[in-house]
Structure formats: structure tokens, C-alpha cells
Design a protein around this ligand. Structure first.
Ligand SMILES: Nc1nc2c(ncn2[C@@H]2O[C@H](COP(=O)(O)OP(=O)(O)O)[C@@H](O)[C@H]2O)c(=O)[nH]1
Ligand SMILES: [Mg+2]
Length: 371
């Protein structure tokens, strides 16, 4: 590490000859304008176009600019990880070379890290963020990838963002297995961090050149998600593990609710002679209260941070969410069985799963909202 620098800006490039010189100039201006001692590190995969000569020409003028030309194992994530290992500053920032990520926000990222964040993430999905100029198919794919990523990191709205900053310690020594496009997922899944903040930004269509997204990228991503989940399960630490643990307790509490519901239905009907449909209403309500109590004590009760809602509001919301979950379960059962001809017990299983994801995420983020 070199105390000479505050920040290393890592720019992965492949065939960015039309953008790179102008981007470097812009970034250098922003860094010096903000009083940041910044190193600019371009990591290129032997681009056959004018990228390399363009950076070389600038290297003579900018002492804080460095070019690394890779010749083996090409790939965006691999290039970023190589950038991590060569960077000299205590904080790293990753940005695309095509002006899709606004360089003007760079000082904001450093500010967030300086005020205590371990990871600062540029997000398209919080107020003030968005994306412009992408065709519908790219938006749908990107949205799907983001939702999948959120299962592992529910409090992060854009876990697949390519625009982010991390403290050196987060990734130093982390067993990163870079592949595909989603290097941030790898950093969040395997790095050591506690506090992540998000900064809204508008993703713009690249200024010049064309996208390098390939079909295999999506398959790579699926593999990466499983790899991170497996890593969390075997290491039993880190952000993903904490989340899986909580989801596990939530599921266990749900199972206890089934026992309460069935048991009470049987007792009330059999021994108290209550009409079974009436018993069932009582049994459902008691099982909801049972689940609430355990989740309040256990699943979400152990988290730190101030709870935003009173006990009465939590109980009310928990009921509303449960009704929503039941409706989702029922709609999926109906849709898959009636319109897709799926066997009803299989449809129901899909419905239960979807209802579970809904119940978990909404309760986690709304009913037991903390912060
Ligand atoms: N080093 C390196 N950079 C890459 C590679 N593929 C893409 N990039 C860079 O990664 C960034 C994002 O790539 P881009 O093609 O714009 O993807 P898109 O924005 O998702 O369409 C750009 O700065 C590219 O130059 C690669 O294989 N190696
Ligand atoms: Mg791009």
C-alpha cells in the first residue's frame, strides 16, 4: 500500500478506444477538483483496438495513471480482481470505461467510505437512481439478475452493480473466484464487511463502442450465485450466512405454525365439539400469533438497530403480510394448475415457496424494519 494515494480508480477495459482517453481526463479532473489524491488503474485484456495506445499516450502526462495489459484468462471480473491486487490506495473504486457510470459521483463514494462504510454501491434502484437507453430485453435480464442477487443480499437493492467502492481490507485475503460480470456479488459474498451504503445513480447507455455482454454470462452468473451460497454454508460467517440463518429460523417458525394450526383444529373440533370451519378460523389466528411471537423474539428479535414500528403495528403488519402470502400461494396454485396444466400438488409447492419468499422479505424489510 502507498500512503501517497487516497483512492485507486480501477477501470476494466476491452475495446474502449473511443471512450478511454476522454474518461481518464474526466476522472483526473474530478479527482484533483475534489482534492483527492487518486490513482487511475486501467486493466485491459489486450484490446486489439486503440485502447492501449490511447492510455500509453496519457501515461506520459499523468504520473498517477497506470496501465496493466493482461494476456491470459480474459474477463471483466478477473480484470477487476487483478486491479485489486495491484492497487496502491486504501480504498478501491470500480467504474466502467464507457461513461455508463457518472464519474462525477466518485468523491461521494470516497466520502461514504471515509464516514464508515466498508462498501459503497452505486444503485439504479433507489430514489434518484435509474437507467436510460437500454432496450426492454436488457432491462428484463438485468432486473432478473438483480432479484436473484437480492435473495442473497436483501438489504442491497443493486447487488450486481458495476459501480462501487470498497475498503482494501474487505477484499484483501478474500477467496474471490472471479468469473462473469458480477464482481460485486463476489465481493459482498466472500469479502469481510459490516456496513454497506448505496448511492443512487442513473445508468446511461455507453457513449461509444458496443457491449461485450455474451450469452454465457447468464449461466456464469447462476453458477456464481450457487457458489456464494455454498461458500456461506461451509464457512458459516459473513453477510450471506447471517441471512440464510434468519431465513432458516423464519421457515422453522412457519413449520411450528403448521403444527399449532393442525393441533388446535383437531382439539377444538374433536374435544370441544366446535364446527370445524369455526375451529379452523381460531386455529389459523392462533398459529399466526404463534408465528409472530417467535419471529418477534427470535428470527428478527436478535438483530441490532432501532425497530421502526411499535408492537401493535408489527402484529397488524404481520397479519396483512400473511394474508398477502396466502393470496400469492393461492394465485400461483390457480394459475399453474388451470392455465399451465401442472399437477395441483406441484403447483401448490411452487405457491408455498413464492408465499414464503414474499412473507420473509416483506416482514424482514417492512414489519421488522430497523435502522
Ligand atoms: N478487462 C476487461 N474489461 C471488460 C471485459 N468485458 C467488458 N469489459 C469492460 O467492462 C465494462 C462493462 O462492459 P460493457 O461491455 O459496457 O457491458 P454492459 O455495460 O453491461 O453492456 C466496460 O468498461 C468494458 O470495457 C473483459 O473481458 N475484460
Ligand atoms: Mg457498458
Amino acid at each position: 500500500m502507498d500512503p501517497e494515494y487516497d483512492l485507486t480508480v480501477i477501470i476494466p477495459t476491452y475495446r474502449e478506444g473511443e471512450n478511454i482517453a476522454s474518461l481518464i481526463g474526466t476522472i483526473d479532473g474530478i479527482l484533483s477538483g475534489a482534492g483527492i489524491r487518486g490513482e487511475i488503474l486501467v486493466v485491459d485484456d489486450s484490446s486489439p483496438d486503440g485502447t492501449i495506445p490511447a492510455v500509453r499516450a496519457l501515461e506520459a502526462k499523468l504520473p498517477n495513471l497506470r496501465l496493466v495489459v493482461r494476456t491470459a484468462d480474459p474477463g471483466l471480473s478477473q480484470s477487476v480482481v487483478e486491479g485489486f491486487s495491484l492497487a496502491r490506495a486504501p480504498v478501491f473504486l470500480v467504474i466502467d470505461a464507457d461513461f455508463s457510470h457518472p464519474p462525477g459521483l466518485i468523491p461521494r463514494f470516497l466520502d461514504e467510505i471515509r464516514s464508515g462504510a466498508d462498501v459503497a454501491i452505486g444503485s439504479r434502484y433507489i430514489p434518484g437512481g435509474g437507467s436510460e437507453g437500454w432496450p426492454l430485453w436488457r432491462r428484463i435480464i438485468s432486473r432478473g439478475a438483480t432479484l436473484l442477487g437480492r435473495i442473497l443480499f436483501p438489504e442491497i437493492t443493486d447487488p450486481v452493480s458495476g459501480f462501487f467502492a470498497v475498503r482494501r481490507e474487505v477484499v484483501a485475503g478474500a477467496p474471490l473466484r472471479p468469473r462473469g460480470y458480477k464482481i460485486l456479488m463476489e465481493v459482498l459474498g466472500k469479502g469481510t464487511w459490516r456496513r454497506a451504503v448505496e448511492i443512487p445513480f442513473v445508468f446511461r447507455e455507453r457513449k461509444a463502442g458496443s457491449s461485450k455482454l455474451r450469452a454465457g454470462t447468464m449461466l456464469d452468473y447462476l453458477r456464481q450465485v450457487f457458489d456464494i451460497a455454498r461458500f456461506a454454508l461451509t464457512r458459516r460467517q459473513g453477510a450471506v450466512w447471517t441471512e440464510l440463518e434468519k431465513a432458516f429460523w423464519f421457515a422453522a417458525v412457519g413449520c411450528s405454525g403448521i403444527v399449532v394450526n393442525m393441533g388446535l383444529l383437531w382439539i377444538l373440533t374433536r374435544f370441544f365439539g366446535i364446527y370445524y370451519l369455526v375451529s379452523s378460523i381460531i386455529a389459523i389466528e392462533v398459529s399466526i400469533l404463534n408465528n409472530f411471537a417467535w419471529n418477534d423474539r427470535w428470527t428478527f428479535g436478535r438483530d441490532t438497530g432501532h425497530l421502526h414500528r411499535s408492537l401493535a403495528k408489527r402484529i397488524g403488519l404481520f397479519h396483512a403480510v400473511s394474508v398477502g402470502g396466502a393470496a400469492i400461494n393461492w394465485l400461483i396454485l390457480l394459475a399453474l394448475t388451470q392455465f399451465a396444466g401442472v399437477f395441483y400438488l406441484v403447483s401448490n409447492l411452487a405457491g408455498i415457496l413464492a408465499g414464503f419468499v414474499w412473507n420473509y422479505l416483506v416482514n424482514r424489510n417492512v414489519t421488522w424494519k430497523r435502522g
